[in-house]
Structure formats: C-alpha cells, structure tokens
Design a protein around this ligand. Structure first.
Ligand code: ATP
Ligand code: MG
Length: 327
C-alpha cells in the first residue's frame, strides 16, 4: 500500500496479534468439539490505538511487525481505515491468540500461538528499519505511540532507543507498556505515560490500593523523571487519574453497556493523543480520553463510534479535582 504522506501519528506495534474467538458450547479437551461460531480480529496494542485514532479522523500510520503468512486481516483493517502502512513483513506468521469460549460452562480456554522467530541479527535489522521509517516521516509526524509488549528476544531498552530518536526529531512520545521495557523507556523521557494501576504498582514495587496511593504513585513518576509531562493511570471500572506537574483530576468512568473490555486502555491512549493534537487542557483531555474508552467498550473490536458521538460522551464525563499536594 502507498503510505499517505502526512500522518500526524505513528503507532509502533512490535508484537501484534490476531485475536481469534471460537465459541464452543460444552467444550471438552481430548475429544472432537463442534464450534458454534468463530471470529478473527487484527489486534495488539499498537494496532488498536491506530484503529481508534483513524476512527476519530486523525491521519495515522502504523509500523507493525507482521508475518508474511497471514497479513490479510491487518491489511484489510489498514485499508478500510486509511491507516498508512509502514509495517515490516517478516518470514513466518503473526501470532494468533485463540480464545475458546464455552457459554455453557461460562469459561474460556486460551491457546496462544508463537509469532515470527527473531535472532540477534534480525532484531537489529528490524530496529534499524523502524528507525529509518520514523525518520522518513518525521516532517509530518507529531506523535509517536509506543505501546504493548516486546516479542521474545527483543532488547528491553528498544523503546528507549525510539524515544531518543523521537527527541532528536522533535516528536512527542506516548508510552504504554509494562515491566522491564517500561522501566527502561522511562529514563529516556517519554512525554506521556499511561500505565494501568497494576502496571504502575508493579513498577513501583508496592500495591496501590486506593485513589490516594495511585495519585501518589503517578506523582512519584513525575518527580523522578524530568522529561515526563503527564501521567495517566487507568483503573478499569473505577476510571482514571490524569496528573500533570501542577494539576490532577479523576475522570469517572461512563456508565455504558460493556460489550468487550479488551482494548479499553488502548482506546484511552488514542484519546490522549487526539487530545494532545488539539492542545486540550488536562480536564478536557481526561474527558475525551475517557469518552474514547467508553465508545470502544460498547464494541467488540478496537473501533469507535462517530466522532460526534465520542464528543457527546466526553461532555458526560464527571471530573473530580485532586488537589492534595504530594507528600
Ligand atoms: N467496566 C468498565 N466500565 C466503564 N468504563 C471502563 C470499564 N473498564 C474500563 N473502563 C474505562 O476504560 C479506561 C481504561 O481501562 P483499563 O484501566 O482497564 O485499561 P487497561 O488495563 O490499560 O486496558 P488494556 O491495556 O487491556 O486495553 C478506564 O480508565 C475507564 O475509563
Ligand atoms: Mg493497557
């Protein structure tokens, strides 16, 4: 596909996946089972973020690592949403995460297939190609989104490498990952980070049992990393806290009929970028990001309702100012 020339956001998707959901009433292992239905969605965090941004009308590009054996679902999504495709096509297949859903017993069995295999040389070559892709688009780009886990064998500091390049190129960076890649990337100074509460607790090495502890945790990230302008900690059905250097606000979740909670955080990340592109202040950023999440929750895949509906949802988001000073 020919990439469209002026994308404002590039979403890097190092570890995309095909989500396959197979409904098998009365599933039993070790026997022949008959499936009632099956659906496949192109997924993975970076792809989800790009999909939601494109739905909102933001010119978006994606750089995913895709296997040559099964790229069709991704290419169909990118074409349908006019997402410019800077993906690297590699030998092998993109991993498929199979969910066997048994509505009779009410449980789910997961089978996660491996993705493309990497050795040190292929990782190095992929990183070099991705750095070139970012650099080539840098004139039009404003934001780089780094979200999701790393494929096996990738160095934990790869996001830090991308952030340092983004800094040189004058791009802003949103980081949404966890564990060692999160810790390594923080030192490079992303502009915006969106851990969920569990991810932040794991990073800080202590539980964050309530709102006060979560806010203190977000403020600790700001205090210990000079480059970070805002920290957003999402708390599932309890909403999210949005923290800048001089303000903090809790955005209450919208009461919506939840069809699928998968990717709510990714939609929130897309909303954060859309808000930043519109230079929104913290409160309206919290409203829009929460509306993105709520819009996605009503749908099975990483898709948003029309932009006008998202904006109407944003008007309904309740905000609670959090003014307690850091301890
Ligand atoms: N059950 C729910 N009801 C209402 N809003 C929800 C619910 N779950 C999530 N949300 C909204 O979505 C936002 C992000 O959700 P969450 O904290 O689960 O993200 P996450 O853990 O990063 O998810 P993922 O990484 O799987 O996409 C929340 O801050 C909230 O606004
Ligand atoms: Mg998340």
């Amino acid at each position: 596909m020919t990439p469209s020339p002026r994308c404002r956001v590039l979403c890097v998707a190092l570890n995309p996946a095909i989500d396959q959901t197979i409904t098998v009433p009365g599933f039993q292992s070790g026997t022949v089972n008959r499936a009632a239905s099956s659906r496949q969605d192109a997924g993975g965090k970076g792809v989800n973020v790009a999909s939601c941004l494109a739905d909102y009308g933001v010119p978006t590009a994606v750089a995913a690592l895709l296997g040559r054996e099964n790229p069709a679902l991704f290419q169909t999504l990118f074409e349908a949403k006019q997402i410019a495709d800077y993906s690297l096509y590699l030998d092998g297949a993109t991993r498929t995460n199979i969910k066997l859903v048994d509505p009779e017993q009410g449980d789910t069995t997961d089978v996660n297939l491996p993705g493309p295999a990497f050795d040190a040389a292929s990782v190095e070559s992929c990183i070099a190609r991705l750095l070139t892709a970012i650099t080539k688009q840098a004139d039009a780009l404003e934001w780089l989104v780094l979200s999701g886990s790393l494929p096996p064998g990738w160095p934990v500091d790869v996001y830090a490498i991308f952030i340092r390049l983004a800094r040189e190129l004058g791009l802003r960076v949103l980081l949404d990952t966890s564990g060692a890649p999160f810790a390594a990337a923080l030192a490079a100074g992303p502009d915006l980070v969106k851990p969920n509460r569990d991810e932040l607790a794991a990073h800080l090495g202590r539980p964050l049992p309530d709102l006060a502890a979560t806010l203190a945790g977000a403020r600790e990230l700001l205090a210990t990393h000079a480059g970070i302008a805002r920290v957003v900690v999402s708390m599932g059905s309890e909403g999210a806290v949005f923290v800048s250097r001089d303000k903090a606000v809790l955005a209450q979740p919208l009461k919506v009929a939840v069809t699928s909670s998968v990717g709510a955080g990714d939609a929130m990340v897309a909303g954060l970028v859309a808000a930043a592109l519109a230079s929104l202040p913290l409160g309206n950023t919290a409203r829009l990001a929460t509306a993105f999440a709520a819009g996605k929750l009503q749908r099975p895949g990483p898709h948003l309702p029309a932009a006008a509906e998202v904006q109407a949802l944003a008007q309904q988001v309740g905000l609670v100012p959090l003014n307690n000073p850091p301890e």
